[in-house]
Design a binder for this molecule. Structure first.
Ligand code: IMP
Ligand code: MG
Length: 172
């Protein structure tokens, strides 16, 4: 495994994002909606860096990967979604790769008639997007590698790491 982003770099960037997001949503009815399970570490840090009152909630977006790095069929589960009608929603995910997950989440949440929907991803993989949508906020652009840590998994391992590492072919 190769270290790509150190813990202190993540913390600095997440704080800067928190400030940017706070400025945009001051006086609004913000709800941050994280996509489980990868959102957990990023969301916990980001919401503490947002200094305007807001609600938090989660949805589950899974593209079954198992022990592969190829995305499988995408499903969105809204059972845990709080009421977002008329509220300003910020969808949060760990990584924007092809963008299909984020696009599907935006479409699903728009049906609940929020006042606005924006998106934030900690990481954006360069040159991989298959959709028109671009995240409104992101932490870091990274090259096309399979990464783990800070919420991101490989076959459900490594999510707890406080930094981001890239898996080499030999690790897969
Ligand atoms: P997308 O739909 O291709 O943008 O992929 C988004 C989802 O795939 C993310 O929510 C992650 O769960 C997962 N994913 C994409 N790339 C990686 C990676 O490099 N490491 C771990 N998970 C990834
Ligand atoms: Mg995942």
């Amino acid at each position: 495994m190769r270290r790509l982003i150190e813990q202190h770099e993540i913390q600095q960037r997440v704080h800067a994002l928190g400030t940017e997001i706070s400025d945009l949503y001051r006086g609004k009815d913000l709800t941050v909606i994280g996509a489980l399970t990868g959102c957990m570490l990023f969301m916990a840090d980001l919401v503490r860096a947002i200094d305007v009152p807001h609600r938090i909630g989660v949805v589950q977006a899974s593209s079954y990967r198992g022990a592969t790095t190829q995305p499988g069929e995408l499903t969105v589960e809204l059972g845990l979604l709080p009421d977002i009608r008329g509220r300003d929603v910020l969808i949060l995910d760990d990584i924007f790769d092809t963008g299909n997950t984020m696009e599907k989440l935006v479409t699903a949440l728009q049906r609940r008639e929020p006042a606005s929907v924006r998106t934030v991803a900690l990481l954006v993989k360069e040159g991989k997007s298959e959709v028109e949508l671009k995240p409104d906020f992101f932490g870091f652009k990274i090259p096309d590698a399979f990464v783990v840590g800070y919420g991101l998994d490989y076959d459900d391992d490594y999510r707890h790491l406080p930094f981001i590492e890239a898996l080499d072919e030999a690790d897969l």
